[in-house]
Ligand binder design. Sequence first.
Ligand SMILES: [Zn+2]
Length: 206
Amino acid sequence: MFSTKFVYCSANRLYPENLRIKEMSYCSAIEAMQSEEKKRLHKNYHDNHYGFPIHNDNELFGRLLLEINQAGLSWETILKKENGFRKAYDNFDIKKIAAYTEMDQARLLADPGIIRNKLKVNAAIENAKTILGLQREFGSFENWLTHHHPKTKEEWVKLFKKTFRFTGGEIVNEFLMSIGYLPGAHSEDCPIHHETVKRNPMWARR
Ligand SMILES: [Zn+2]
């Protein structure tokens, strides 16, 4: 199963070199990267984060926020801005973000460290409010995810679409692969694949 972590549709036009490597898995594409800086950025995400379970609600929310912000852009753009996102969005503190005012929205829309898109900024705030509700009902966002596991990709997409803002199929699939709820983050011959399995991801428990 190929990961689409690299790019989404429209990003192919912005980064024509990705047309060539999108046929590869994310795992092997990194090795083929020419620039060392680019390689380092992707390798850190690939080796330490991609496909590893997350047991912290703010970090889970943060990953969803980053995936939502990728829409139409390359994952690289998001990785480069990750610290900017953390700074601008109170280190993904769900409670704080759910309480953001119009002033905070204006601040975010003026911050070049993140993606300044009104729909994406609104989605972050509304989704934070939704997750607060899920935390009240289920104890945590993670519990809500666990409660609904296992589901097919299609069922997850349906559930996310009726629960959250800005959660299309590609975003939901990438989010759930990246946190170990759906398989396919790494190719099976990738050494990191085995590292993720050791962390007992949900997809491997069925
Ligand atoms: Zn890999």
